[in-house]
Design a protein around this ligand. Sequence first.
Ligand SMILES: [Zn+2]
Length: 415
Amino acid sequence: MARSHNIPGSRKTFAQFIWVVALFCAIASGASAMPVVDSVRIGDYPEKTRFVIEFDKPIKFNVFTLGSPYRVVVELPEVAWRIKPDAVPRGKRITGYRFGLFRPGQSRVVIDFKSPIKVTNSFTLPANSKRGHRLVLDITEISPAMFSVLQKRRPVTRSSRPNESPVVRAPPPPIKKPKKRRKALRPLIVLDPGHGGVDPGARGKRGTLEKSLVLNQAKELRRQLLATGRYRVVMTRSRDIFVRLRERIAIAHRAGGDLFISLHADSIGNRHIRGGSVYTLSERASDKEAEALARRENKSDIIAGVDLNDQSKTVAKILIDLRQRLTKNDSVAFAKTLVSQLSKKTRMLRRKHRFAGFAVLKGPEIPSVLIELGYLSNLQDERLLRRTSHRRKIAGAIVRAIDSYFSRQQALRQP
Ligand SMILES: [Zn+2]
């Protein structure tokens, strides 16, 4: 009897073992199953431009065009990139392209064009002895009139998956109900590393990408904030993924944030200019440079190939409502504290606190600031911003500013 019990028992153990091995294999193959982009090639011909993306595996894709500015957007499954970011615009008709994660499970390539275009041909080719699996796009120039006719038809002719609305509705779960907030909870700081995924942001002389730099800075800041035991932290993104501007505000709102800090690093034509600066929201910009900066930062959705037809006006012109006016004083108070703490630890611009119409600062009930950590177009700033020790110093200064902001808030609330 005992023996007959033993056999099924050992079979069960064996079966469990097989199951674990199978699960492990499934996980391992799942990880390696992600297609890899090996190269991108552009061919200019008199009548067309050919854009070829090479993969190590066959892939499925979807392609569509967008206007103002003219773009071709290629939707792919989540892929790994073995290519370098395109630093120089290239091609007779192509002015640049970028790639990256657009949302979980979906990567994108966004290609910019000088003039209206049409994708006349798109197909895949299997691997051969010389080349891997290829996705080939043939793109031709068309008239603006023809372009707008084709764009109007697009929602019908395009693939069944629209390019944006599902993302907005697939947010991370709320941390707590935004309505009735318990006073005893520690303040919630929302950290917003700018750009990400298909939107790389500014690019340094040595190839530093703003999206990676600000993510590292945000992670260090989160670490230091949590270490104090005084704050809770939510990040609008914690990996290399694109997040729409309005989704960043929505994340902060759903989480019930008490303070919103957007992190960026700028790049401009003058390579001598360096230093950090702090920005708050305003309908009218404090100066021309701040206005131009806000315009650059507000382009994130366009860069990622989002169709802005429905909201181009809100992005173009920032209107501020009453609730935003009420939080403005808190934003300005925090910005001032930030400037004084940051100035102790790092070089700042002459005009340290400025304001302009940043779309990401439009969260109506949450005091919000945007920090430009420095200029990637300046070699010294770029070198500094890449350093771990500098990152720690900056995070420390921001934590001190947050501390003094909340202790002031508390003092104001006391009878
Ligand atoms: Zn930026």
